[in-house]
Design a protein around this ligand. Sequence first.
Ligand code: F6P
Length: 486
Amino acid sequence: MIVAANRPPVTYGRGSDGALVPHRGAGGLVTALRGLVAGAEVTWIASAISDTDRELARAHPAGRAEDIDGGSARVRLLAHDPGAYAQFYGHVSNPVIWFTQHQLWNLPSEPSFGPDFVAAWDNGYRVVNEAFATAVAEEVASRPAAPVVLHDYHLYLAPRGVRQRAPGACLAHFVHIPWPPPDALRVLPADVARSIVDGLLASDLVGFHTPRWRDNFAACCVELLAARMVGAEVVRHAGREIRLTARPISVSPDDLHAMAQSAPVLAEEDALVAERGELLIVRVDRTDPSKNVVRGFLAFELLLERHPELAGRVQLLALLDPSRQDVPAYVAYRAAIESAAARANARFGSADWMPVRLEIEDNFARSVAAYKQYDVLFVNPVFDGMNLVAKEGPLVNTRAGCVVLSDNAGAHTELGEAVLSVNPFDVGQQADALYDALTLPPGERASRASLLRAAVVAQPISAWTDGLLADLAEAVASDGRRIEIS
Ligand code: F6P
């Protein structure tokens, strides 16, 4: 199997003695894909992220074998020109495509596309996508029937590039973030919006986490490219038929349970138990505007205003992974998070009670410890392709905790019946939902918690991988091709 994603499974630095020091690749996508390597022979094509990665990429242009979570993959790193990569990642992928698909724009004032954006698109996004397409096509040349799965919003032009170089490639593209309705995509310059959709349609299969994102994409194909739909899952475009699918990604319950019993998590849990008060609300996120942390703090303030009896009894613990600090909008959002937390504490805190405890660091062990300890898990994204926090928490929670979940998170499709649903923009409703979650009768908490666990276990990560490959096999079979997995 050939996998292509911006992030590698492992990135490297060097210790003071010059030895290679591996760092586990970050992010939900990488975690999910790491599970793949146990079951198949995988070549993973990714961008070199660190200087040491770039050194390794130059020394091993065909890739190196890496041990990953008990399996092994050949990891082929692409050493992009640093200027092109900065344009690709910091000027197009995150501040423009991510913002567009999560509908984060403040439209009266942003975005404005001028020559800078055109340059970043041409000299960054296109260039990096061409490098991926070239590498994928080289791999396909030696294994023409291997399934190829490209991932995410960084690589929308790559399928078209692969198709030009390797017309018979068995090609899937999986989009891990929400797909918005056509009007939201029309914010982009028209040629950019069209080439994104057209690029994806060079695949045989385009995958999404939920039918809602899949159907929005279908509407964009029809409106922007005058493509035709045959039912909900087949697009006719430029003389080809392309399959669409909805396959929800998940987590590995076994891995998470093992992690929950590991020494670092137990140590963090001891510390949390020693610090916690009577009631604990937890959120675990990246410092990303799509995660809606600031409105979450406002909702918590409103909860304290409406229920003074909770003073001194409840704490909101926000464990946030610092994210994309090379993008100005993310730097500004992090500052907004810090001042919203400070405001809530100044307004309601006392000498022996800090209502909001904000910790901005990359510490997964602490997050898992907090999952075990929450009474309420608060997940209120503006939009989210899936949101794995909403799946991870209930698997290891020990307090029959309740989940308050945005109905714009992909995970809501599977978990909706067991959570307290909220509109991510309605701060008053979120305050009420937090109160309800804190005060549900024990019997209802327990039954919701076990429903949640059952819903997560019903869709293991293997179902996502197997389903995607079955969909790809079916898509290519329509013109007589077959995929082969070794
Ligand atoms: O699908 C979204 C995603 O690519 C996830 O892998 C992860 O949660 C996040 O974005 C990682 O972003 P970045 O690679 O920019 O840190």
